[in-house]
Every structure is written in structure tokens, then in C-alpha cells.
Design a binder for this molecule. Structure first.
Ligand code: ZN
Length: 192
């Protein structure tokens, strides 16, 4: 397994709509394992394939590090489709491995029904609410080229402009390797 560099704002692949996966082979299975390892290494609870440079409709989620969700199993989500959104909205402070150091409160529907396939191409339809619904919506947004910052009010977006520019310039040093909008790789240097 290997830890992959994470593409950050505003690399073009993060604005692309993902391609449907029609078949699963060994190289995809090993890529999914790399995605999970990368997510854990970077302390994320979700990672979409375009965040590690792949155009595929694929995301991995593991919310078990979060208090109260220790029993929640990790998920591999292929070709997801949200079938239903609840009328009730909630707000929650989100972050994103592609937007290092940015956090803001995002309003989203509290519950969803989502259909997807797992790594065995078995179809699942699940109801999710709370944190799982939140992370699913955040990751499925990535597969449509959407960042959580796109969902903020225009005033919040304006306030974020300078921080976004810093990220795209590479004027940040998260504790994982990143690929900038121009394709440049910046490796994480452990400080003494
Ligand atoms: Zn994200």
C-alpha cells in the first residue's frame, strides 16, 4: 500500500464530474486500499478519488475515529447516487483535506438515502443521518466537482478568498504531501 499525495484547491481534477466505474479489477482494489491508507494518514474521515488524482466515481469513508461513531464500519462507495434528501437541515463545521486549515459551517439536509456499489460491485441502498449523511454529501459533492466552500453564503466565500489563494499558491504546509493547482508536488517535511 502507499500513501498518495492529496490534490488541493484549485487543481482542475477537483472541478471535474467523476466517471462511472463499470468494472473492478485488482488495480482498482489496490487503489481503494491506498485511498483508505491515505485518508487515515492524513486524519481524514472521507476521501474522494479526485482528491488523489483519479477521475473515477469512488469515495472511501471512515467516521470511526469520531467520538460516538467508533462502531461505524468504513465504507467503499462506488457510483453513488443520492435518492432522497430530508426536508430538515442541520449545520456542522466541515473541513476538507483539499482545503487545508479551512473550516466553516455548512448547512445540509440532515438525512439522505443513497444508492451505491461496494468493491464487490454489490449494490446497497442505505439511509443515513447525522455525521454519516454529512460526510456522504461532502464526498459525493467532490465527485461532482464541488467543494464545501461552494456551499457557503457569498459573504463567507468572500471572507475565505485570501485563504483559498494561499492554498492554490502552495503557501501552506499540511502534514501530508500535496499537489498544487499547477501540478507541483510539495512533500511534507517533518520538523525536528
Ligand atoms: Zn473534502
Amino acid at each position: 500500500m502507499s500513501i498518495l499525495p492529496i490534490y488541493v484547491f484549485d487543481h482542475p481534477i477537483l472541478r471535474k464530474k467523476a466517471d462511472i466505474i463499470n468494472s473492478i479489477d485488482d488495480s482498482l482494489i489496490s487503489f481503494i486500499a491506498d485511498m483508505k491508507q491515505t485518508m487515515h494518514y492524513a486524519d481524514g474521515i472521507g476521501l474522494a478519488a479526485n482528491q488523489v488524482g483519479s477521475p473515477l466515481s469512488l469515495t472511501v469513508i471512515d467516521i470511526s475515529p469520531m467520538t460516538g461513531y467508533e462502531q461505524t464500519k468504513p465504507l467503499t462507495i462506488i457510483n453513488p447516487r443520492i435518492l432522497y434528501y430530508s426536508d430538515e437541515d442541520t449545520d456542522y463545521e466541515e473541513g476538507c483535506l483539499s482545503l487545508p486549515y479551512l473550516r466553516d459551517t455548512v448547512i445540509r439536509p440532515d438525512a439522505i438515502q443513497v444508492r451505491f456499489m461496494d468493491e464487490n460491485m454489490k449494490e446497497h441502498t442505505i439511509e443515513a443521518d447525522g455525521l454519516l449523511a454529512r460526510v456522504l454529501q461532502h464526498e459525493i459533492d467532490h465527485l461532482h466537482g464541488i467543494y464545501f466552500s461552494d456551499r457557503l453564503s457569498s459573504i463567507r466565500k468572500t471572507l475565505m478568498q485570501n485563504k483559498l489563494k494561499k492554498i492554490s499558491r502552495g503557501d501552506i504546509s499540511p502534514e501530508y504531501d500535496i499537489i498544487l493547482s499547477n501540478g507541483e508536488l510539495i512533500t511534507f517535511q517533518e520538523e525536528d
